[in-house]
Design a binder for this molecule. Sequence first.
Ligand code: NAI
Length: 233
Amino acid sequence: MKVLVTGGAQGIGLAVCEKLQDEGHQAISADVQEHANGVTLDVTNEESWADVLDVVGPLDGLVNCAGIRTRGLIVDTSYEEFQRHLSVNITGTWLGIRSIFRLQANRELSSDEPTVSVVNIASVNAVIAVPGQAHYVASKAAIVGLTKAAAIEGAPIGVRVNAIAPGAIRTPMTEERLIDPEQVAWLEGRVPVGRVGEASEIASVANFLLSAGASYVTGTTVFADGGWVANGV
Ligand code: NAI
């Protein structure tokens, strides 16, 4: 499989690239940060997507992992900061899906061909709201809806679209929170498995959703959260 992974310079995206490579697939990391062995992509920019797809060509999979999160109560958040979250987290994901759909729509499909798979990265915050992150919560809830809508439109053109909703995962995004013992203790008490997750534990779910083993799975969001959501939304 040839798979493009956005946000692949670090964190969950990097772990997805490593997992795919370990499994013998070609993973192309794409990130707004310049990084070794990857391509530069700003997911919010249509031209940037076109440039990258011109270079990397047809794909068997796409993992929309690029994302941002800042904190701030609604009263303190600027219009620009709210828009920035929607732009990276939801418009960026939508542009990725549209790129794949356009590539697929131009192909002759045969019935025995494997489907192309898109994996979006949502969050437990799609269903668990927390104060001080309304912009993030809204953008992640939108990914769950977009995933369902895109799965319906993708099915006739041979594209499956699913999402993963991770719980608290140790990455540069969460570093600040996870060096605070109080925050870690709170999470360990709340999450039934009693620990923070590792990026590799999200990568293995992405690998499954990309694989032929998930050929009948589309339009769903898989919660990889140590049981956090099951413990009460
Ligand atoms: P991270 O901050 O470590 O990595 C995010 C990557 O996205 C960075 O490499 C960054 O340069 C890239 N990026 C940001 N804006 C971009 C843009 N405009 N174009 C291209 N790349 C861009 O974050 P992490 O933790 O690896 O998160 C990955 C995804 O997983 C995000 O969508 C995040 O919201 C989601 N997530 C993370 C959780 C966690 O606990 N770490 C929990 C739930 C969801």
